[in-house]
Design a protein around this ligand. Structure first.
Ligand code: HAM
Length: 416
């Protein structure tokens, strides 16, 4: 047997349905905020991610699925959605014709990471990107939109963490001071952080190593390096989140794992997920369009990990909202065609109905309905056929009634 690749997952039965459920709820919320869908390719030029996400990030330097295609191009399976959406925006020339764009997307992403609970090599993200606007009102609204989705999924006990990582110039000065501070502890830092001190020191701030955490506690704080305008901007985002009744925790060490961020960044975490606790990550990337396409357009967005959401989904709510009546048709050789005609009518009305493809006796067909968990059975005997009626039997309530097709359709007991 050839087995599935490590870190990949088949989504069967309820797993596939749950993904669809999460997507449908998110889509509804996005539409309420005026977002429309964008779909981009899974395969992109590797340079897009090197330039967009950053060569020194783990995602690009260690985790990318990359190869040379038959035309000698260096390509990669997308590790995230933002860079592709930015490329699509620029390629469509929207920065000139229609700069204010609100898009959402849904699809698989690929990162060659060590798989564990909530961490896969192929995982699905639902994300949004908003181009052309920079105001605290939008930053707060983006977070509110994420919370709306989580509320509708009845996912509770979440922590919203927020930070403002300033602009490149502010970070430059900060990084100098941070590196000088961390150098003093070089021997005590974890191996990963020692390397990061040379390549990407900001990431040391969100190291999970306990010793690193202790060292970082007394490190200089980025907030102190923000200019007055950015401090005001940050405070205003927090005020607006209060207005939206969202509790946030300011986290001075929240820096995100991708290089394109500036100003507002945030993560939404659940303590039910163990080490992979972040279900949503996002923030502003006001410089990315300049880096990829030499245009100065601000942007903000977030993405959520669908598999992580599935791990903390409210099962009862999911089941409640995905319940619909199912019917099972029982028939014999003589009534087969009568049954098929009625089944066609019912399916036209979006009623879920099945039957046994191999004709067996009524008792066996009823057993099959039971096995499928279907409680409503339509019986097509010869008598019924001659009178043009149907018997509806409810196996759960042990009731039975005789109906015409019109009466059955009027019952409204179906809501697929
Ligand atoms: P990210 O934080 O790298 O951000 O990923 C967003 C979310 O994707 C994570 O919070 C997590 O739920 C999920 N995720 C990431 N890696 C894995 C994995 N290996 N297995 C399962 N789930 C995973 C981004 O990707 C940015 N593009 C978000 C963004 C959009 N920022 C602005 N716009």
């Amino acid at each position: 047997m050839i087995e599935i690749l490590k870190g990949m997952k088949d989504r069967i039965f309820d797993d596939a349905e749950k993904m669809e459920y999460i997507y449908n709820i998110s889509k509804q919320v996005f539409k309420n905020y005026g977002y429309t869908k964008i779909q981009t390719p899974i395969l992109e030029s590797i340079d897009l991610f090197k330039r967009g996400v950053g060569e020194e990030t783990d995602v690009v330097s260690k985790e990318m699925y990359e190869f040379i295609d038959k035309g000698n191009r260096n390509v990669a399976l997308r590790p995230e959605g933002t860079a592709s959406v930015v490329r699509a925006y620029l390629e469509a020339g929207l920065h000139k014709s229609n700069p204010n764009i609100k898009w959402f997307y849904y699809g698989p992403m690929y990162r060659y990471e060590a798989p564990q609970k909530g961490r896969l090599r192929e995982f699905y993200q639902i994300g949004v990107e908003n181009f052309g606007t920079k105001t605290p009102v939008l930053d707060a609204e983006i977070i509110k939109m994420a919370i709306d989705i989580l509320d509708r999924l009845n996912i509770k006990d979440l922590v919203v963490e927020i930070n403002n990582i300033g602009e490149t110039e502010e970070r430059k000065k900060y990084l100098e001071d941070l590196v000088n501070y961390l150098k003093k502890y070089n021997n005590d830092l974890s191996e990963d952080s020692k390397k990061r001190l040379l390549t990407n020191p900001l990431r040391i701030l969100d190291s999970k190593d306990l010793n690193d955490i202790k060292i970082v506690e007394n490190a200089p704080k980025l907030y102190d390096y923000l200019n007055e305008e950015n401090k005001k901007y940050f405070d205003e985002v927090i005020n607006l989140l209060k207005l939206h009744k969202i509790n946030v925790r300011r986290n001075d060490n929240l820096v995100r794992g991708l290089d394109y961020y500036s100003s507002t960044v945030f993560e939404i975490k659940s303590d039910k997920l163990g080490a992979q606790s972040t279900i949503i990550g996002g923030g502003r990337y006001d410089k990315l369009l300049d880096i990829v396409g030499n245009v100065k357009i601000p942007a903000i967005g977030f993405a959520m990990g669908v598999e992580r959401l599935m791990l903390i989904l409210d099962e009862n709510k999911y089941k409640q909202e995905n319940k619909y009546d199912k019917y099972f048709a029982v028939y014999n050789e003589k009534t087969r065609d009568y049954m098929l005609k009625i089944v066609n009518e019912l399916r036209l009305q979006n009623i879920s109905i099945e039957y046994d493809y191999n004709i067996k006796n009524f008792g066996n067909q009823l057993k099959k309905a039971d096995k499928l968990g279907i409680k409503k059975v339509l019986i097509f005997g010869e008598d019924e056929m001659n009178k043009n009626i149907i018997i509806l039997k409810n196996l759960e309530l042990s009731t039975q009634e005789t109906l015409t097709l019109e009466e059955l359709l009027k019952k409204g007991e179906y809501n697929v």
